[in-house]
Design a binder for this molecule. Structure first.
Ligand code: DLL
Length: 430
């Protein structure tokens, strides 16, 4: 049974005292790492908080701080006690490395198992893990959690789509772990190969590692007749399983016995009142090998105040809207790719892939949205396509307040994604 009845339903007040106790242990442990020891000394801070509010006296930790302490400046214990290392998936600069003790790995697997259980995964399930294994946390993170539940895990990793399909059919996987963009692509390949949906047995998809809108979830659920659950995480906080949707699917439960969450104004760093949207800041509460204090995730969300119907008391966050560094400014207007995605995925003519291109022509910003449209629309009347192009342009303009150039292309034209999708190509930076 992977519902921890006691911890998952602790009344808020007790949950907060639990967090305070763990926070103080974490601060003491962090003080053993060269990075935090120096930082606390420089700031004249004792590794102690009298109440949770006092966490605010500790400075934020950023990705840059992790880079500066590369490779192991935040590690609290000799490597003899460390059993695993993971790295973030960033493409620029040095990777940020995260080190785990055996206990850390055990705790992480428990959190993932708890999340999977909340989403309805059981021992009898066959779990095809379609996320990369290796330094990326998506593969091994869910692998250990699903094994803990007792499911049969197929560690296929990402890519090799035809092999994935063969295994899905032959082993009758009931649960997939996959990025939303890869699941869209999988749908494309299955359709092109004309494989009937009845060949597949999966009923649940665990989606994570990148943002996706409610419209994308609905589209995927309709496409495959499944239920999709959102799983959030980042390597600095272990990886997947930091927050998970339960069967109510009204926000993601942040596992507050293991993470302390704050929402800040990304511009000023000020902590915002509960319920306001801003950047999520997380502190590990149970990690021994490498505690991280007040990590700026750059992910935009907010806390949901209402209680969840499932009885779990751990506060929920709304699905991530995007990252502060994903937001682009076009003709002076701030745009999140998720605003564009939501419009596209609600439009029935749109197929499964799209790309956003930012460019500058004669000194002016140009936003182009390339959209794959279902094949049947290319067989018909060109005027019908033109009308669709006009309609998409005005729907996008209403959503983002900038008029884009809309290009409609046939399915399979744009680069496919089998992992984290690269949706935005900013040629202004090249
Ligand atoms: O992507 C961990 C993960 C793997 C989560 C598999 C879920 C499933 P990183 O490579 O460090 O770790 O990237 C973390 O990905 O800060 C978010 O911006 C984004 N992200 C992860 N999950 C979600 C999600 C993994 N469910 C960064 N919704 C995070 C939106 C997500 N964004």
């Amino acid at each position: 049974m992977f519902r921890d009845e006691y911890l998952e339903t602790l009344p808020q007040k007790e949950l907060r005292s639990f967090q305070l106790e763990k926070l103080n242990r974490t601060l003491e442990t962090a003080n053993k790492s060269p990075y935090y020891k120096k930082l606390f000394r420089q700031c004249g801070l004792k590794p102690h908080a009298d109440n949770l509010h006092e966490i605010r006296k500790f400075p934020f930790t950023t990705k840059d701080d992790l880079r500066k302490s590369y490779p192991a400046g935040m590690v609290t214990t000799p490597f003899a006690d460390i059993v695993r290392m993971h790295a973030s998936s960033g493409t620029t600069g040095k990777s940020t490395l995260v080190f785990h003790t055996m206990q850390d790995i055990e705790n992480w697997a428990n959190l993932v198992a708890r999340g999977l259980y909340a989403a309805g995964v059981r021992k009898t399930d066959i779990f095809q893990n379609m996320m990369s294994y290796g330094l990326f946390t998506g593969g091994l993170g869910l692998h250990y959690g699903a094994e803990k539940i007792g499911a049969l895990v197929l560690p296929v990793g990402s890519g090799n789509t035809h092999k994935q399909i063969e295994l899905l059919i032959d082993l009758k996987a009931t649960v997939l772990h996959i990025t939303p963009s890869y699941l869209l692509y999988l749908g494309h390949v299955i359709e092109e190969a004309k494989i009937p949906l009845s060949s597949f047995s999966f009923k649940i998809a665990i989606l994570g590692a990148e943002p996706h809108s409610e419209a994308t979830r609905r589209k995927l659920e309709k496409m495959f007749h499944i239920k999709a659950f959102n799983c959030y995480g980042l390597s600095e906080m272990n990886g997947p399983g930091v927050a998970f949707e339960c069967i109510y699917r009204k926000g993601l439960h942040l596992w507050e016995d293991s993470y302390y969450g704050e929402i800040i104004n990304p511009g000023t760093g000020e902590v915002l009142p509960e319920g306001e949207e801003g950047e999520l800041v997380l502190t590990t509460l149970q990690r021994e090998g490498m505690p991280v204090i007040r990590y700026r995730t750059k992910d935009i969300t907010r806390f949901i105040k209402e209680k969840c119907g499932c009885g779990r008391t751990h506060r929920r966050i709304v699905r991530i809207k995007g990252r502060t560094d994903d937001m682009f400014v076009i003709k002076g207007v701030n745009v999140f790719p998720s605003q564009i995605e939501a419009v596209l995925m609600e439009t029935p003519e749109v197929d499964k892939n799209y790309r956003i291109i930012l460019d500058r022509k004669e000194g002016l910003d140009v936003l182009t949205v390339e959209i794959e449209i279902k094949r049947e629309y290319f067989r018909g009347d060109i005027n019908q396509l033109r009308a669709l192009q006009g309609r998409m342009t005005s729907m996008l303009k209403d959503a983002i307040l900038v008029t884009p150039v809309v290009e409609l292309v046939e399915p399979g034209t744009l680069p496919p994604s089998t992992g984290k999708a690269q949706r935005v190509l900013d040629k202004r930076r090249v």
